[in-house]
Design a protein around this ligand. Sequence first.
Ligand SMILES: [Zn+2]
Length: 148
Amino acid sequence: MLALSLQMVKDRLLALVGGEPKLMNLIIGGLRRAWFRSPSRLSVLYNVRSEEETVNKDGSIGKRKAVWFSCQICNTKCKGQRSSLHPYIQIDHIDPIIPVDSQLKSWDELIQRIFVDVEGLQAICNICHNKKTQEENALRRAYRKAHK
Ligand SMILES: [Zn+2]
């Protein structure tokens, strides 16, 4: 997720805005909001969206339909919002925003890596996403260890 991976490079980004944490956080917050509304992200999300009829307690068909999103890796049906009862869908950067084999060099690079086309994104459940993030973090640690 954007929030987690950004944590790893905040020192680097801070240096790139002249050591102004308030400014850095303002820019990161703005980028995050722009990312959530980005056409690529919304398009990937809507491609895995489906609606299902709901059944009321008395057996009749409910007025509102249930909305589900399916994971592009394991095919699990997910909620659109964070949930403790169900897996939920997240839009993942296939090539992670924070590279696994190099340092982030500039804000330009960060922006280019966030705002990619639909081909660079996938809709996956939080479980698959956590697994992928852990694998990426292991690669980052190995890279840092090898380049000390
Ligand atoms: Zn999954």
